[in-house]
Design a protein around this ligand. Sequence first.
Ligand code: SF4
Length: 219
Amino acid sequence: MYYPVNEMFQTIQGEGYYSGIPSIFIRLQGCPVHCKWCDTKHTWTCSDTNKISIEELIKKNISNKTWSYIDVKTIIFNIKKQKWKARHIVITGGEPCIYNLSFLTYGLEKNGFTCQIETSGTKLISCSFNTWVTVSPKKHKNTLYSSILRANEIKYPVLKKEDLSYLDAILSILKNRKNCHIFLQPISQNKESLKICIETCIIRNWRLSIQIHKYILIR
Ligand code: SF4
């Protein structure tokens, strides 16, 4: 199975449940969801004119539209070749769930890695049983019922107080499920949104996700 990979790099996970954990990010190219405030718009389309080799991809250290079509074996081979110490893999995008991620996640797990997927929840999720699924529902986009039920964590982006009503509708599906962690994340480090998130997290006993990589200026 081949995947269009936009970038692959080692860093610190800056969001949600695994914040602070050394991680290898595999960012897949392609997203049909098109959120207004998306900060990875360069991943939306897979144009052949932007194809690069795996060697160029590994060296890449800027965000742009280039991508490489790579099979699971080559992805794992190249991760091992870098001698990266992180053992946690974050598969993100784009919208990674437009692809069947079972091959990738089972392949990585067989090689000693743990996997996490970051998805909008608008596409069917296909991945290994043990993959940690982070669903980040987008207001006005259709979050699938099956995605909400599969989520290990819900990381909800907040701009205004009104945004919380969509989250409440989603949470009504989960009812009393206790093992799903709820995070609020202010959009684009907006100060007013941060204030809303802090106040709401305290009142509802939820957790705050502040995209620490943007504060400590890492990728
Ligand atoms: S789903 Fe994610 S990658 Fe796609 S447009 Fe929305 S924020 Fe951007």
